[in-house]
Design a protein. Structure first.
Length: 340
């Protein structure tokens, strides 16, 4: 029985970034339910800092955390974890919940932010993210206020990072799901056509549609060595049709690092990281752009028959963990060589 339980837990990769159940916010958005604001001068309000012991320091077997020797910074925004459980039912996540923060560490910081510890110092702020239902609710006024509060935290964290930690270092922006919702705004406000754009190595905005023309001066990445550019994709099981036409959505193939519809076989997949975290799974799946989405065959590893869903949103980054990790390293080398 223990073997079965272990097997089951190991292969439900959706558990990496998707909460299991959701309790809708109770009533309309109200200022009386706004959680306490973060103070980013205090390390406890950061999910990842390079001088702090956190899950972004961890590595699957055979990889090395190189934050201490890096000349580059990574600003990572994690996806939605807040579903209003644990007795909470407001529109935004509280930041003083130790159990909730631990869940963020053990899921998205360990499995996603750690991708980038081989190339840069990882900074990731806890933020009062919007409830999962903000993506589905018809209460547009509450939704708008929830996302505005969440972005105000992201913005404040980034401003604090720039003022106290960056010191002119090159920056990689990385995000998933709700993190990408806020990262798009962050790039528009601080980088796009601004002096800070010169410090942008690349942006990996994954899990949320990004328009091809979302930015005035930041272009879609054209190949694996392009810099100052943006990559984006959303992963679905091969054959899944798009829910609706989205002709202007940017899709990057994370095995080819271009926007062509060419097929990339699983032999190009350097390794996925699912569960257990320590194990790298080479040749896990393939990749091919199909309109506004990325198609991937069902991940191939022992027990993958348990995966029935067609939406691989949870594995957007983890299915291509090593390819993303190595590609960031390539772009950083190109950036540093270009700026010398």
């Amino acid at each position: 029985m223990n073997k079965v339980i272990k097997l089951f837990g190991a292969f439900l990769f959706a558990a990496l970034v998707l909460p299991s159940c959701s309790v809708s916010p109770k009533g309309a958005y109200s200022s009386s339910t706004i959680p306490l604001a973060p103070d980013y001068s205090r390390d406890e309000y950061w999910a990842a800092l390079p001088w702090k012991a956190d899950a972004a320091d961890r590595c699957p077997d055979g990889l090395t955390d190189r934050q201490a020797e890096s000349a580059v910074d990574v600003f990572f925004l994690y996806p939605t974890r807040y579903v209003g459980d644990k007795g909470q039912n407001g529109w935004n996540a509280p930041l003083q919940d130790a159990a909730f923060n631990k869940e963020i560490q053990e899921s998205t910081i360990q499995f996603q932010a750690s991708i980038f510890n081989g190339v840069g110092r990882v900074f990731s702020p806890y933020y009062r993210q919007a409830h999962l239902q903000a993506y589905f609710s018809k209460d547009t006024a509450s939704v708008r206020q929830a996302f505005e509060l969440a972005y105000s935290d992201v913005r404040a964290a980034f401003q604090y990072y720039l003022a106290h930690y960056n010191q002119g270092r090159p920056i990689v922006i990385a995000s998933h799901s709700q993190g990408t919702t806020h990262a798009i705004r962050l790039l528009k406000e601080f980088f796009d056509g601004q002096p800070l754009q010169e410090q942008l190595v690349a942006a990996y905005l994954v899990g949320i549609p990004v328009q091809k023309d979302a930015f005035q001066s930041i272009h879609p990445c054209q190949d694996s060595l392009d810099i100052g550019c943006v990559c984006s994709w959303r992963t679905f099981r091969r054959g899944t049709p798009p829910r609706r036409p989205e002709p202007d959505v940017l899709v990057t193939n994370p095995l080819l690092w271009n926007t062509s519809t060419a097929y990339a076989g699983r032999e190009l997949n350097r390794g996925a990281v699912l569960r257990p975290f320590e194990k790298i799974i080479p040749n896990a799946t393939d990749a091919q752009i199909a309109g506004p989405i990325l198609w991937a065959k069902k991940p191939k590893f022992p027990g993958s028959f348990l995966i029935l869903r067609k939406n691989y949103h949870a594995g957007d980054l983890n299915l291509y963990y090593i390819n993303v990790r190595e590609n960031v390293q390539e772009r950083v080398r190109k950036y540093l060589a270009t700026k010398q």
